[in-house]
Design a protein around this ligand. Structure first.
Ligand code: GRF
Length: 218
């Protein structure tokens, strides 16, 4: 089986990267992490990649005059390593439309809210301020608009009495680690199709426990 070569873009701790690396250790997983790029030097995500024997590169966005030239450098690296999927995993830069168009419906992002609710930053505090009873996370395909692309997988997390943004974030993160590998597997296996801005799965998931996390529109 040939596995989809995947580039992961990171900026920090890389716990989602770790979830992808762990999943890809299974030879039956349809994607392999072939390259990890960070825009910040010295972050934990880079150590995680190295420990798994994955090539790492640092591309500091501050070296570039504009977003286009930064993205062009990223795109060149990713192309040169023959990656057909790009995963954003805590990558704190907004990509240009040109970059996104180079991998149509092949760029995934994980976001710590139930999109389309709470796009952008400080999601957990905003969930608490809004008095929500349910929080959660989303893996979506990246489109031109921030945090607005077609949804591949979601998981809900209850807000508990006395929650702080930190406590809620920690529980949401556990679910991110569950649904990101699932979404990557679906995309890499060619089971994700996009129609009218929505994800269609080509077949039901084998494990009904997982099916709660993806749109039921097969
Ligand atoms: C995650 O909460 C992710 O949803 C958000 O940034 C955080 C990254 O965490 N985009 P990590 O670097 O994967 O640990």
């Amino acid at each position: 089986m040939s596995r989809a070569r995947t580039a992961v873009l990171v900026s920090g701790s890389g716990s989602n990267l770790q979830a992808l690396l762990d999943a890809a250790r299974d030879p039956g997983f349809p994607a392999e992490v072939a390259l990890v790029i960070s825009n910040v030097a010295g972050v934990r995500a880079l150590e995680r990649a190295r420990s798994s024997g994955v090539e790492t590169r640092v591309v500091d966005h501050r070296r570039f005059d504009d977003r286009e030239s930064f993205d062009a450098e990223l795109a060149g690296l990713i192309r040169s390593r023959d990656c057909s999927i790009v995963c954003l995993a805590g990558f704190m830069r907004i990509l240009t439309a040109g970059f996104v168009a180079a991998w149509p419906d092949r760029v995934l992002n994980v976001h710590p809210s139930l999109l389309p609710l709470f796009p952008g930053l400080h999601t957990h505090q905003r969930v608490l301020d809004a008095g929500m009873a349910i929080a959660g996370c989303t893996v979506h395909l990246v489109s031109r608009n921030l945090d607005a692309g077609p949804i591949v997988a979601q998981a809900a997390v209850p807000v508990l009495p006395g929650d702080t943004a930190e406590r809620l974030a920690a529980r949401v993160l556990v679910q991110e680690h569950r649904i990101y590998p699932l979404a990557l597997a679906l995309l890499a296996a060619g089971r994700v199709r996009v129609e009218n801005g929505r994800v269609l799965l080509d077949a039901p998931l084998p494990d009904p426990k997982q099916a709660v996390a993806v749109p039921d529109r097969a």
